[in-house]
Design a protein around this ligand. Structure first.
Ligand SMILES: Cc1cc2nc3c(=O)[nH]c(=O)nc-3n(C[C@H](O)[C@H](O)[C@H](O)COP(=O)(O)OP(=O)(O)OC[C@H]3O[C@@H](n4cnc5c(N)ncnc54)[C@H](O)[C@@H]3O)c2cc1C
Length: 337
């Protein structure tokens, strides 16, 4: 347990800033280790990214099954995702479910923005100040503030005097926004724009997209999640995972006599060679079976895994003609979704 020179008068052992997926898990872990931890969260609810990013079309682009927490088998087994790539409302429901299931809320302070954190050398602890002026003393501070939780609002000239409605995907209103009959402009063509453009375009009277740099974007093959895939993931997938870990371990271990042939002598080095090759083959076969099974359980898995590879990106950028011949799609058409 943390010791500070503040005569034990610490408010908490650990203060965690942010109640997104990272902050929630950190709280769960630290509690389990016996620490007194408190989460300070600027928003009014858990979920972080999925609390703030409520724009139409917001969803994860890593498969829901993999985006889920993996620390609790019960949680993994009981939660059912409806889509292969879950949308924001479902992800936020999941975050809330996790908070309730593990009784996290009692140690989370919402609507509390941390403004400063300074280490007090004399007292040997962190002094954390929040927007309401309150001070908290803790031995440790963990910034679970994410990498995308500060919206980047561009400083365009005239933005302050713009009379129309203005939104930022990373700070979207909690209620629905109706674009029906409106002329809309979207600035940027990153992931959030790629997700929201088709939906806003279907609603708005006219949509203009301003693109500085084209992004590489691949088909998601989204759809309802296949029960077979869930079974595969929750059951067999683990087996494959450990098989691959075990063969990778054996691969590394069997390499030891190869690196030090003098120490280990001829026989052990030869055994090392054989074990090395066997482990490499097991790993390769395991990987191929894994992809094959995953694709059988959820069609499109293989395509999703391969279409975003470095090779395709390279061809897309440098050899559009090759890319078109191989995929039937012209990179110069603009965004591909
Ligand atoms: C649209 C979108 C799709 C994404 N899809 C994927 C995906 O498919 N796969 C993937 O791996 N990642 C994805 N990400 C990245 C995503 O940010 C992470 O997966 C994950 O949610 C980050 O969790 P976090 O807890 O680290 O941070 P966040 O979820 O960003 O949480 C940080 C929290 O800290 C709080 N906070 C920040 N500063 C302060 C402060 N000073 N005081 C108090 N509280 C503060 C914020 O309010 C926020 O709640 C996506 C991001 C976006 C925006």
């Amino acid at each position: 347990m943390a010791q500070a020179s503040r005569n034990g008068a610490l408010d908490f052992d650990v203060v965690i800033v942010g109640a997104g997926f990272a902050g929630m898990y950190m709280l769960y872990r630290l509690r389990g280790l016996g620490f007194r931890a408190r989460v300070l969260e600027a928003g009014s609810g858990v979920g972080g990214t999925w609390y703030w990013n409520r724009y139409p079309g917001a969803r994860c682009d890593v498969e829901s099954m993999e985006y889920s927490y993996q620390f609790s088998d019960e949680l993994q087994q009981e939660w059912e995702w409806s889509e292969r790539y879950a949308a924001q409302p479902e992800l936020l429901r999941y975050a809330n479910h996790v908070a309730d299931r593990f009784d996290l809320r009692r140690d989370i302070q919402f609507d509390t923005r941390v403004t400063t954190a300074a280490f007090d050398e004399a007292d040997g602890c962190w002094v954390i100040e929040t927007r309401d002026g309150a001070r908290t003393h803790a031995a440790f501070i963990i910034m679970a503030t994410g990498c995308l939780s500060s919206p980047n609002t561009p400083t365009f000239k005239g933005l302050e005097t713009f009379k129309g409605e203005r939104y930022h995907t990373g700070h979207w209103p909690h209620g629905p926004v109706d674009f029906t009959g409106k002329r809309v402009a979207i600035i940027g063509t990153g992931s959030s724009a790629v997700q929201s453009i088709p939906i806003i375009a279907a609603q708005a009277k006219h949509l203009t997209v301003f693109q500085r740099t084209a992004n590489f974007s691949v088909p998601a093959h989204n759809g309802p999640i296949e029960p077979d895939y869930v079974d595969f993931f929750n059951g067999g997938q683990k087996l494959y995972f450990w098989a691959i870990v075990a063969s990778a371990g054996l691969f590394l271990l069997s390499g030891v006599p190869l690196w030090f042939p003098r120490t280990f002598g001829r026989t052990l080095t030869a055994v090392g060679h054989v074990a090395h090759d066997v482990a490499a083959i097991v790993m390769l076969v395991g990987f191929i079976v894994h992809i094959y099974e995953a694709t059988a359980a959820q069609p499109g898995t293989f395509q999703s895994m391969t279409r975003g590879t470095v090779a395709t990106r390279w061809a897309w950028t440098h050899h559009p003609a090759w890319y078109k011949r191989a995929t039937g799609r012209d990179p110069r058409d603009g965004i591909k979704n």
